[in-house]
Ligand binder design. Structure first.
Ligand SMILES: [Fe+2]
Ligand SMILES: [Fe+2]
Length: 388
C-alpha cells in the first residue's frame, strides 16, 4: 500500500474543509465576476450566431446556442451515444423462472439471501443517485451539445436499471411489503448510509455552490463531483455486481446475474464517458489539475475504498460467502482504485497489479451484441459454463 489513510485524510476532514472553503471564498468576495456560460435557459434571440466548433468548450463555453446538434466538436462522445443506443435492452424480457424457483424453495443460504437483499437495495439507491447528480448538478455546467445529448441517454439507462431491480424482486413473487423491506435496507445500515451520503456530499457541493458555472471554483467542485461519479460507475457498481456474479458461479441467481451483465455493459460506457469528461475538463483547464487537486483526488479514491471495505464487512459479516471471501473482494476494490488512479495519471494507492477476481470477465457482455438478437444465445451460453 503506497498511501495510508492518514496521508489521504478522512472524509470528514476533506469534506468539511471543502464546505468551509466555498463558503468563506464567497462571503469575502466583494466584486462579482460574471461568467456568462451558455445555458439552455438563455432566451432565444434573433440574429444569435451559430456555434463554431473552434469556440465550443466542454464546460464554461459561452457565446453560442446549446440547442443545435451541430457542429459536433467531440466525435468520440457522439460515437459513445450511438454505441449506447445500440445497447438498449429490456429487463422484463429476460426470463427469471430459475431464480424464482431457487428463491422460493430455500436454495439460498441465510448469508446469500442477506447479500442479495443488501445488494439490490444499495444498487437501486445508487442508480437513483447517479442520474439525479447528473440532472441537478452536472448538466448545467456542460456546454457541448453532444455531451448533453449523451448524458440525457445515460439518465434514461439509469432508469432502466432501476426497473431491472424492481422486476427482479417482482419476479421472485415479493409483494409491496417484501419489496419495500429490501429496498429500504440501505438506509437502515450505517455502512450503507455513510457510503450513499458520501456521494451526495459531492453533488451538493456543486448544487449549493454560489460560484458561477465556468469559474475556477465551480470547475473544482464539478471535477470532484465527476470523480465521485466515476468511482460510482467504475468501482461501486462493478463491485456490487460481483456479489451476484459470485452466486451465479455456484449456479444461484443466474437470471439476476444476466440482468446485471446488461447493466454492467451500460455502466462500462458510463464510466468511460466519465473518465473522458474528467480528462477533457483537465485538458481545457489545466490549471485545475495542480498538485493539491491531485493529492485530493487520491484521497477521494482512497476514501471510496474505505467505504467499500465497510460495506463489504456489513453485507458479508462472516468473512464472505463460499466463492467470495471478503478479503479477496476488498482486494478487488483496491485493484479497481489503482486502475482509477492510473487512468487519471496518478500514482496507484495500493500496488495491486493482478485482478483478484479474474472470473468477472465471464459476465462481461460483448459491446456489439444486440439485446434483441443476442439475449437468448447469451443466456444459454451462461447456463453451459462450468465453474471451477
Ligand atoms: Fe446504472
Ligand atoms: Fe451508470
Amino acid at each position: 500500500m503506497l498511501l495510508d489513510s492518514d496521508d489521504a485524510g478522512t472524509s470528514t476532514e476533506i469534506f468539511s474543509s471543502t464546505r468551509r472553503k466555498y463558503k468563506s471564498t464567497h462571503s469575502k468576495s466583494t466584486k462579482k465576476v460574471v461568467f456568462p456560460v451558455s445555458s439552455s435557459l438563455d432566451p432565444i434571440t434573433i440574429g444569435k450566431k451559430r456555434p463554431a466548433a473552434a469556440n465550443i468548450k466542454i464546460v464554461g463555453g459561452h457565446g453560442y446556442d446549446l440547442r443545435q446538434p451541430i457542429p459536433v466538436k467531440y466525435n468520440s462522445v457522439r460515437e459513445r451515444f450511438l454505441a449506447a443506443r445500440k445497447n438498449f435492452w429490456i429487463p422484463n424480457e429476460i426470463p427469471m423462472g430459475e431464480d424464482k424457483l431457487q428463491w422460493n424453495t430455500g436454495q439460498l443460504t441465510e448469508a446469500e439471501m442477506w447479500l442479495f437483499k443488501t445488494n439490490i437495495s444499495y444498487l437501486t439507491a445508487g442508480d437513483n443517485l447517479v442520474p439525479d447528480n447528473m440532472v441537478n448538478a452536472i448538466f448545467k455546467h456542460i456546454t457541448a451539445n453532444e455531451m448533453r445529448q449523451y448524458l440525457r441517454h445515460v439518465v434514461m439507462e439509469e432508469s432502466n436499471h432501476i426497473e431491472s431491480y424492481l422486476f427482479i424482486l417482482e419476479s421472485f413473487g415479493l409483494d409491496d411489503k417484501g419489496q419495500g423491506q429490501v429496498f429500504n435496507l440501505y438506509q437502515e445500515m450505517p455502512e450503507l448510509v455513510e457510503k450513499v451520503n458520501w456521494n451526495l456530499i459531492f453533488t451538493n457541493n456543486v448544487v449549493n455552490s454560489d460560484a458561477p458555472p465556468g469559474s475556477p471554483e465551480a470547475n473544482r467542485a464539478l471535477l470532484e463531483d465527476l470523480i465521485s461519479y466515476y468511482v460510482f460507475e467504475y468501482l461501486f457498481f462493478p463491485l456490487g455486481f460481483s456479489q451476484i456474479f459470485a452466486l451465479a458461479r455456484k449456479g444461484k441467481l443466474r437470471n439476476t446475474a444476466q440482468q446485471y451483465s446488461y447493466i454492467w455493459r451500460d455502466e462500462t460506457l458510463h464510466s468511460s464517458n466519465g473518465l473522458w469528461l474528467i480528462l477533457q475538463i483537465i485538458r481545457e483547464n489545466p490549471e485545475l489539475w495542480n498538485a493539491a487537486m491531485q493529492k485530493r483526488v487520491r484521497a477521494i479514491i482512497n476514501d471510496a475504498v474505505r467505504l467499500e471495505t465497510l460495506h463489504a464487512h456489513a453485507v458479508m459479516p462472516d468473512g464472505g460467502i463460499v466463492g467470495l471471501p471478503v478479503l479477496t473482494y476488498i482486494d478487488f476494490a483496491r485493484f479497481t482504485a489503482d486502475n482509477i488512479c492510473t487512468n487519471l495519471g496518478l500514482k496507484p494507492l495500493f500496488g495491486i497489479r493482478e485482478h483478484p477476481m479474474p472470473w468477472m470477465s465471464e459476465y462481461e457482455l460483448n459491446h456489439e451484441v444486440n439485446f434483441f438478437e443476442g439475449r437468448v444465445r447469451e443466456y444459454q451460453t451462461g447456463t453451459q459454463l462450468t465453474w471451477d
